[in-house]
Design a binder for this molecule. Structure first.
Ligand code: NAD
Length: 553
């Protein structure tokens, strides 16, 4: 039975033993699409997160996807073009059930303005990364990613602990809303600014924000007090980051860590320029998008200048993947890229070994299934501190949203072993239903994004999009259940290409075969991508892991 969803009553959380489709694989993908809407920011408009990241192109497309998943056989493949189902092809039982290409625009035309025009004409939609591919697991993925970044900074700069440290950031939306919890879990005093009071209220209601400060003076006083006694706390402040950051800098206050997760990638539907009300922004989206873009860019320039001031004064400042430096540079801040990107600064050694954001969801809807898999992970990988630490913390601190799910940064071989063991548990009836495995697109072999994932690659291969395309083709050849090629929309148009994959542990021997091939090849390609770029860690991992790398010597 689906479960009630108090946040969005019209979008129940899927679950239960009833299989509505012709098999569990089709049912699984249907539940995943239902799930991303049940946890989405604005499901009435099919938006899952990041202002425009949609689960399907429009409601007729959604209805056709549902109907097709309910009626299709295992030897067919549903083809989806930017959120619109366009064909049901005869393939075979080992082929993917769903393949998608979302928001890929030919290079010369891949610009925000062209994307908006195509979107308005109903010809394309953006899938975020995991939204359009139905792989989003709610805030947990980004909570974990943000927590891990904070902990890497703790190791690098603060002797392993953020107790008594002040983090300043902005953005309490679909992804950014995870920051207050991640900061508190990392032990810091974190201040998160958002222009939208409703977003702050929501994060307070679910306990991610401890307090909402009435004004900046009060917010800074709360932070001071917490820092003095090394208390972990998360404070929200309603305001425009392009006003608040410069004001904090003007007062001569230097936070220990500064970042930002406003939707700066999108100058029309995301970022709110200073001096404008939300109502005015809404009006300009329709009536004056060019004016809005210019105003957003000017505000982002001020926002980033303040971040650079903090950096100059000794703060650890980083871009958390929202393109804020790129927008600022285009707005005249020539040195915006003095701020590093989080992937290069903190995570590249992990990606070089194909350790990345692997995740799974319990299709039964039962939290007990995830608890059983948590135990299994703790048994199987007792020496993997990043993973065991996260699972223990997440069990205590991270509420499930939608289908119960877990993320763990596992690498080559580990992912395959775990997934096959889970498939066994499903086969033995030790779980209440099948489990799906996927990963974020921001994973070793799956994303080319020269301003996020592949910035400053050792061999200069930042902008080469062959790798994610090879990844998607390999996943099709490796029997994955859903394979997708995504590109950027809104401000991300022209900036990236990525691939996503989902495989279903349905307890069958065929399921085990699919998991074995797809997961092993996925991480193999990740290691190969970094080994090919000259990263020694990857070259060693390639030798250890027998990944099929063909070095030219
Ligand atoms: P969202 O649209 O759901 O939320 C953005 C929030 O920013 C909103 O609450 C909005 O009110 C607020 N905001 C906009 N302009 C502001 C301003 N000037 N001052 C203060 N608040 C402002 O977006 P999201 O899903 O939370 O994603 C945020 C950004 O992070 C996006 O650019 C997204 O693509 C990016 N992102 C990056 C990664 C990564 O690579 N690490 C992961 C997830 C999301």
């Amino acid at each position: 039975m689906p479960k009630d969803n108090p946040r969005h009553p019209n979008f129940p959380i899927p679950g239960g033993p009833e299989v509505r489709a012709k098999g569990w694989r089709q049912e699984a993908l249907l539940r995943l699409m239902e799930n991303v809407l049940s946890v989405g920011e604005d499901p009435d408009n099919l938006v899952v997160y990041a202002a425009l990241g949609k689960a399907a192109r429009n409601w007729p497309s959604h209805a056709m996807i549902v109907k097709t998943l309910l009626e299709m056989d295992e030897n067919q493949t549903l083809v989806i073009q930017s959120g619109k189902p366009v064909g049901l092809l005869k393939t075979h039982a080992k082929a993917p059930l769903v393949i998608m290409a979302n928001c890929n625009i030919v290079g010369q035309w891949a610009k925000a303005e062209v994307f908006y025009e195509l979107e308005r004409k109903g010809l394309i939609c953006w899938g975020g990364l995991t939204a359009g591919a139905w792989q989003y697991i709610g805030s947990q993925g980004v909570i974990q990613g943000t927590y891990e970044i904070f902990m890497r900074i703790a190791e690098k700069r603060f002797a392993g602990s953020l107790a008594g440290r002040f983090i300043l950031t902005a953005g309490l939306g679909g992804m950014g809303g995870a920051q207050p919890l991640a900061g508190r879990m990392a032990g810091a005093a974190i201040l998160v600014v958002d222009i939208d009071a409703e977003r702050a209220r929501k994060r307070h209601e679910i306990g991610f924000l401890d307090e909402i400060a009435p004004d900046l003076d009060a917010a800074l006083a709360m932070i001071d007090e917490a820092v003095a006694v090394k208390k972990a706390i998360s404070i929200g402040l309603v305001g425009n980051a392009a006003d608040i950051y410069p004001e904090i800098a003007r007062r001569g206050i230097t936070p220990d860590i500064v970042t930002d997760q406003t939707s700066a990638h999108d100058l029309v539907y995301g970022y709110v320029p200073k001096g404008m009300s939300l109502a005015e922004v809404k009006r300009l989206r329709e009536e004056g998008p060019a004016q809005l873009m210019a105003a957003s860019r000017a505000s982002i320039a001020d926002h980033v200048r303040a971040m650079l001031t903090f950096q100059g004064d000794g703060a650890e400042v980083f871009d958390n993947g929202n393109l804020i430096r790129t927008q600022a540079r285009e707005g005249g801040v020539a040195n915006a890229f003095d701020i590093p990107i989080f992937t290069e600064a903190y995570l590249r050694p992990l990606f070089s070994e194909a350790i990345g954001p692997f995740r799974w969801m319990a299709l039964s809807g039962e939290a007990s299934d995830i608890a059983r898999i948590d135990d299994l992970v703790l048994e199987m990988f007792p020496d993997n501190f990043i993973v065991t630490n996260w699972i223990r913390l997440a069990r205590e601190n991270v509420p499930f949203e939608g289908l119960p799910a877990r993320i763990a940064w596992l690498g080559h071989g580990e992912r395959t072993r775990l997934a096959v063991a889970v498939n066994d548990l499903v086969a033995k009836g030790e779980l209440k239903g099948p489990v799906t495995f996927s990963r974020d697109h921001l994973d070793a072999g799956a994303m080319a994004h020269p301003n996020i994932m592949t910035e400053n690659m050792k061999d200069g291969s930042d902008a080469i999009a062959d790798w994610p395309l090879i990844n998607a083709m390999t996943m099709c050849a490796s029997m994955a259940d859903l394979v997708v090629i995504h590109s950027g929309g809104g401000g991300y148009a022209g900036y990236m290409t990525s691939a996503g994959v989902t495989i279903i542990a349905d307890g069958t021997p065929e399921g085990a075969e699919r998991l074995e091939h797809a997961l092993t090849n996925d991480t193999s390609l990740g290691i190969i991508r970094y080994a090919d770029a000259g990263y020694e860690i990857a070259e060693e991992a390639a030798q250890r892991g027998n990944v099929g790398y063909l070095p030219l010597g």
